[in-house]
Design a protein around this ligand. Structure first.
Ligand code: SF4
Length: 331
């Protein structure tokens, strides 16, 4: 990869105070690069740390260790907090609930002009034209500008939130569960829109989701997180054809397949992981965080934290990656 647009190095995010005994490490030494124009997906269940990573990039979660480098400049470390206004010029977020960025008492035009007032020096007339042109770009009528958020469906509101994020021409958009609340057909429309906008504008996406089936439609690379650590990362095609890590397999097994024999085997994988011990059976940092739910765990897994090691085009953190059976496929 040429110089990445965004580089996260050994990123660690801790909430609460260690002195008061209430510290929770949400992200543990995570390193990820994102190139210009690339889509990297962060996937994991609730509590995996994926939103904490997104929040740390825009300054909503402070780092306790590691660094964030954006376009060659260090923007955050344990001793340096993100300067939100300057980072927001290059990085914008779109959330699951578009109401987070759309004030229900303001027209769409007012909401879309706001980021331009802060970041772009355009005349009022030019801003109004830009709003209408952007609404067309995201598949809405220019007349939408004079209406309020309550006049739109969930999918339309997500298009408006995306338009708002695009108003200052960022390089990277962090989509945090941005399509999770939409029904399947609307999800597909918004994913197609994201792909079209990326192609036209050279945007990079950090696409945060709990759903591997959704991200594989959009992502160039996938990073799977469990309890704040990377379990597996690599090109999307490899995840779909042969997922290596036992946790990735559990996530993929949630997607139904037409072959009943494969479907039975996948259900068994999911059920074993769901029944197994929770919370984690090992102390943080001392073993594999997935050991308490893994059907392949051995003593070594509880003693030693597995490091990310290359396997084909992917990186996988699992002591037993060479011993695992084939994943039941037939997608
Ligand atoms: S290291 Fe052990 S517990 Fe962790 S995923 Fe691999 S086999 Fe399972």
């Amino acid at each position: 990869m040429s110089d990445p647009l965004l580089s996260l190095r050994e990123l660690t995010v801790t909430y609460g105070s260690r002195r008061r005994g209430g510290a929770v490490r949400a992200v543990n030494q995570v390193s990820i690069d994102i190139a210009r124009g690339e889509t990297v997906a962060l996937v994991g269940e609730s509590g995996s740390g994926k939103s904490s990573i997104g929040n740390s990039i825009v300054g909503l979660a402070p780092l306790s260790a590691g660094t964030i480098v954006l376009d060659g400049q260090e923007i955050a470390s344990a001793t340096r907090r993100v300067d939100k206004p300057s980072v927001s010029r290059q990085v914008q977020m779109v959330f699951q609930d578009p109401y987070g960025s759309l004030n229900p008492t303001r027209t769409i035009e007012q909401s879309l002009i706001e980021p331009m007032v802060v970041h772009r020096s355009l005349s009022r007339k030019k801003m109004r034209e830009t709003v209408r042109s952007m609404l067309t770009d995201v598949g809405l009528s220019p007349e939408a500008a004079t209406r309020y958020p309550t006049h739109f469906s969930g999918g339309q509101r997500q298009r408006i939130a995306l338009a708002r994020a695009l108003m200052i021409e960022p390089d990277l958009i962090i989509c945090d569960e941005a399509v999770s609340a939409l029904d399947v057909s609307v999800q597909a429309q918004v994913l197609n829109l994201l792909a079209r906008l990326q192609h036209a504008r050279g945007l990079a996406y950090l696409f945060i989701s709990h759903d591997l089936a959704v991200v594989r439609l959009l992502a160039d690379r996938i990073v799977v997180l469990y309890r704040g650590q990377i379990m597996e990362s690599g090109p999307t095609a490899g995840f779909v054809s042969q997922p290596c890590h036992p946790y990735t397999r559990v996530l993929l097994a949630a997607a139904p397949v037409p072959d009943p024999a494969y479907q039975r085997e996948r259900r068994r994988l999911r059920n074993v992981a769901a029944r197994s011990e929770e919370p984690n059976a090992v102390a943080p940092g001392s073993g594999c965080p997935f050991a308490g739910r893994c059907m392949y765990a051995v003593d070594q897994c509880r003693r030693e934290r597995p490091q990310l090691r290359p396997r084909g085009d992917s990186l996988v953190a699992c002591h037993r990656v060479d011993d695992l059976p084939e994943f039941p496929m037939s997608l």
